[in-house]
Design a protein around this ligand. Structure first.
Ligand SMILES: [Zn+2]
Length: 208
């Protein structure tokens, strides 16, 4: 179990009451073997552990990453054992049922788009953005993609809409914070650690 660098009291102080979502809901089942999502899951365990240990040593070395939605919206984030490609990926839902379908998705930070593609049997429509020093964010199952590889994006640019493309059972945003190819525990802003497995509520409050 991951231990956040900051105390639990700090992390919990920034959380809000989560909308109803079963922690056991499997919204994106195991991907097809040929999918990019499955390739990403194939990181050697030793490498993943080394990167996560390195990242845990210095919060200040991380880019400042925001909740990838418009300010004022509270999204429920959750993960689960067996979540592909990593337990540290986060599935984000708004409202109930398909309420989140078509809601705008925004960047977590400024960067350069390194992937904008369709991953059959996995992520569906997905976008991967590089933020420097090996840090990436990834946004999957999108309804559509508004940016292309090589595009420079600002810190709150709308890049697409929440969808249900790829290997999913319900619309949601599958989101990852990545360092050197390894999905790491997500941190929003400077102190809001994602509570694994959740669910917990997350709201963007800056760079609106
Ligand atoms: Zn997911």
């Amino acid at each position: 179990m991951f231990k956040p660098v900051l105390g639990a009291a700090v992390a919990l102080a920034a959380l809000t009451i989560a909308p109803a979502l079963s922690a056991s809901a499997v919204q994106d089942p195991a991907p097809a073997p040929q999918s990019y999502e499955a390739q990403r899951a194939a990181v050697p365990a030793a490498k993943a552990a080394a990167v996560r240990a390195q990242v845990a040593q210095s919060v200040t070395a991380r880019p400042l990453l925001r909740v990838p939605f418009r300010c004022g919206e509270t999204w429920s984030g959750a993960s689960r054992a067996g979540h592909s490609p990593s337990y540290y990926a986060v599935d984000l839902n708004w409202g109930s049922g398909s309420d989140d379908l078509g809601k705008p998705v925004k960047t977590s930070a400024a960067g350069t788009v390194v992937r904008s593609s369709y991953d059959a049997g996995g992520y569906g429509n997905y976008i991967e953005i590089a933020h420097g020093d090996g840090w990436h964010t990834l946004y999957a199952h999108l309804q559509n993609r508004g940016v292309a590889v090589g595009d420079h994006v600002t810190d709150s640019q709308q890049i697409g809409h929440v969808g249900g493309t790829g290997n999913v059972t319900a619309p949601h945003l599958h989101y990852e914070q990545i360092k050197d190819g390894v999905v790491v525990a997500a941190l929003f802003g400077t102190s809001t650690w994602v509570a694994y497995p959740g669910p917990a509520g997350y709201t963007r409050i800056r760079d609106c």
